[in-house]
Design a protein around this ligand. Sequence first.
Ligand code: SAM
Length: 214
Amino acid sequence: MGKFNNDLEEYLNQHSTPEDSVLAELTRHTYLTTYNPRMLSGRQQGLFLQMLCKMLNPKRVLEIGTFTGYSAICIARGITPYGTLDTIELNDELEESILKFFNQAEVTQTITLHIGNALEIIPTLDYHYDLVFIDGDKLEYPEYYNKVFPQIKVGGFILADNVLWDNKVLNPDPNDTHTKAIMDFNQMVQDDSRVQNVILPMRDGLMLIQKITD
Ligand SMILES: C[S@@+](CC[C@H](N)C(=O)[O-])C[C@H]1O[C@@H](n2cnc3c(N)ncnc32)[C@H](O)[C@@H]1O
């Protein structure tokens, strides 16, 4: 991240509600114990997810890619007490600490954690969702979208993270499979007449998608 971005980040943080002690400790823990701590949503996006949930008032939310639980806690705080969140994480080594932080954040009543592959778990969840947050393996975004689409209510939303992929979508390296997968996903959504979509240039890019018809 360059100086401009660091300055911008600092300014944004100075003018946004501070993290509470649970999210601050979760962030420290993530930086101490994981290889790629920057995957966590962080303060700005976390607050955005929480407020978006308060605006939409979804009854059922699905998250693909829990990681250490930052975004899940923020979503849960936005939907409590009436909503529920199913969150799916592939890496079983994260389970214990995820549950510890859900407990500390007092959101265990709101969240069900599923450990395993989202592509296998989604069809077993017999629910229709108001909001789905896609934040798993970037190579699998098109598959998540197709798999989850029938389980989203008409009028419901998908939010997909990292759709600008460090702005690499603007100048892609032809050998970079992750950038290609994100670009394929963005184009697939753009070509889908069943939805309305917009990219918010927040953090690494969030695509907000509304399902208009089945
Ligand atoms: C970017 S991180 C999620 C960050 C988290 N949503 C947050 O904002 O704090 C992506 C996570 O997706 C998980 N993941 C990757 N492929 C998956 C799959 N097929 N099913 C479930 N989780 C998956 C990874 O193990 C990783 O923890």
